[in-house]
Design a binder for this molecule. Structure first.
Ligand code: CA
Length: 177
């Protein structure tokens, strides 16, 4: 904080602050109850995407849809109460195969919010802001801005995976703010 023009007080020429607070944004998805349309095996449970472990090089640190169940698959988180949702951040899966490359990235992502876990409102339809399969990996999170409020967030993968051989959708970590 820089007080370029100083105080308003014309006699006592000082700037005073009684208190300053700084807040870290809280990831509402951390360790919340999650579910998915399918999982490849218990090593790839939906909860792997909210376990706070970001190592994309660990094969079992991500949610993976069931094989060949990628089209129309979904992953969702129960935020436990009605929340304002402004941002979703996603770390995608990488695989070390002659260098870290993106692996089993969805073709696009549809973002939906619900109050009752039954009726869903779409906030972003088929976002193609996703990495390209089998290109050089970055562990940077992809950010999606929405302006929603609700108790549940669902990521829907209407067109499935980019991978042409391993027909999975995989996510290493999802954050909600
Ligand atoms: Ca994880």
């Amino acid at each position: 904080m820089l007080f370029e023009d100083g105080t308003q007080n014309t006699i006592v020429k000082c700037v005073e602050l009684a208190e300053v607070e700084v807040y870290q944004p809280v990831n509402m998805a951390a360790n919340k109850a999650v579910s998915a349309s399918s999982v490849d095996s218990s090593d790839y449970n939906a909860s792997k995407a909210v376990d706070g472990i970001y190592s994309a090089n660990n094969d079992m640190n991500c949610w993976a849809s069931g094989l060949n169940q990628d089209v129309g698959s979904w992953w969702k988180v129960d935020l436990e109460s009605n929340q304002s949702i402004g941002k979703v951040k996603i770390q995608f899966r990488g695989r070390d195969d002659n260098g870290m490359k993106y692996f089993c990235v969805p073709k696009n992502i549809t973002f939906q919010v619900s109050n009752d876990n039954v009726n869903w409102t779409t906030f972003i339809s088929k976002s193609t802001n996703v990495p390209v399969e089998n290109t050089s990996y970055s562990d940077a999170l992809y950010t999606y801005s929405i302006d929603a409020s609700g108790g549940y967030l669902r990521l829907l993968f209407e067109d499935g995976t980019q991978n042409t051989i391993y027909k999975y959708v995989e996510l290493t970590e999802v954050e909600v703010y």
